[in-house]
Design a protein around this ligand. Structure first.
Ligand SMILES: Cc1cc2nc3c(=O)[nH]c(=O)nc-3n(C[C@H](O)[C@H](O)[C@H](O)COP(=O)(O)O)c2cc1C
Length: 344
């Protein structure tokens, strides 16, 4: 048997709260999972550098080790014509909330990547994880020099090899059952089925780095299976979405347990990047025609999704969910961690 690889997180339990940008991850959620013995990730994506700095300060006050996750910027692959076509297609959704999508300019942004890196270099945290791609080698090296362990999210063996060569300390292996955005480094590649345990084994066979496995966990048996596959730790997202400390929108929390939602789909409809969500009116109507236009499509639909959430319409927003969503329970996050740790 191959020797065990070092645990890149070092928490009491081999469990982590996956980063969930857009509201669900809160400093309170991070503190609660840390108090229960799991490793918390803060979600730096979509946050302003100032808001992220405040989140970091809040979690640091707990004394727990933690990680910060960032989105690696990627160029928007679509042009104005394709963007405008999709804006026209979505206008009936916007009409429900009195919004005019023709007024939303095609926005390219890097999610303040450089400023967030500067923040983490000036005020280092124990772990930095990234998704959507690879940082430049110099950026990765700078984070490591500052004292952070750098984890790169990968969805294929090829991405795992590239992240290893780029100097990552460890890999977050995300299977295709995961809720939310795929971390794929190539958003034009269709997300093909890749069960997390299989992908973990394949990545471990191809690289020397330790792995945090994530995607589709629905209970302690799934955790045990991923650890048996060789993962050093297992990160869960969806199972924490309905907890007291989660900042997910109430219609999102409710839909995860609502039998009226028939299952999950991987769709570009909301942001232009493939993401697993509960199937709803929006995915049924727009999945097939949505362009691969992240981040422009994210900006196009943002106010529309916010308005749907405020109006309590679960069919008008992105209900990110992994395949284990039926096992997501309400109550304190501590109870989720304890339930997953049963039998470890
Ligand atoms: C609501 C939501 C938001 C997410 N946001 C991020 C994010 O900001 N960064 C990231 O690397 N992964 C993000 N993910 C993916 C998770 O980190 C993780 O890969 C996924 O939740 C694991 O699958 P599971 O949801 O089946 O547990 C998100 C997932 C969800 C459900």
């Amino acid at each position: 048997m191959a020797p065990a690889r070092p645990d890149p997180l070092g928490s009491a339990l081999p469990l982590a709260a996956a980063p969930m940008a857009g509201g669900p991850t809160t400093p309170g959620l991070a503190a609660a999972v840390a108090a229960a013995g799991a490793f918390p990730f803060l979600a730096g994506g979509y946050r302003t550098p100032e808001a992220l700095a405040a989140d970091v300060a809040a979690v640091r006050r707990t004394g727990a080790a933690f990680g910060v996750n960032l989105f690696v910027p990627t160029p928007c692959p679509i042009g104005a014509a394709e963007y405008r076509r999709y804006a026209r297609e979505l206008q009936p959704e916007a009409d429900r909330h009195g919004l005019d999508l023709s007024a939303v300019p095609l926005t390219e942004d890097d999610d303040s990547w450089r400023d967030k890196l500067d923040l983490l270099l000036a005020d280092p945290v124990p772990v930095v994880s990234v998704t959507f791609g690879l940082p430049w080698p110099a950026e990765l090296a700078a984070l490591r020099r500052a004292g952070s362990r750098v984890l790169v999210t990968v969805t294929t063996v090829g991405e795992a090899r590239a992240a290893t060569e780029a100097g990552a300390d460890a890999l977050v292996v995300q299977g295709s059952d995961a809720g939310g955005h795929s971390g794929t480094h190539d958003p034009l590649r269709p997300v093909t089925p890749a069960p997390t345990a299989e992908l973990t084994r394949a990545v471990l066979a191809a690289t020397r780095l330790p792995v945090v496995a994530t995607g589709g966990v629905d209970g302690p048996r799934a955790v045990a299976a991923l650890l048996a596959a060789g993962a050093s730790a297992v990160a869960v997202g969806t199972l924490l979405l309905r907890t007291d400390e989660s900042g997910a929108a109430p219609p999102h929390k409710d839909a995860l347990a609502d039998p009226a939602f028939p299952g999950t789909v991987v769709t570009r409809a909301f942001t232009g990047r493939p993401a697993r969500a509960l199937r709803n009116r929006f995915t049924d109507r727009h999945d097939a025609s949505a362009p691969a236009g992240y981040p422009a499509v994210h900006h196009l639909t943002r106010d529309l999704r916010r308005a749907a959430a405020a109006a309590g319409d679960p069919h008008g927003l992105h209900l990110w969910a992994g395949t284990g969503h039926r096992s997501a329970r309400t109550g304190p996050a501590r109870a989720v961690v304890e339930g997953l740790a049963a039998g470890l």
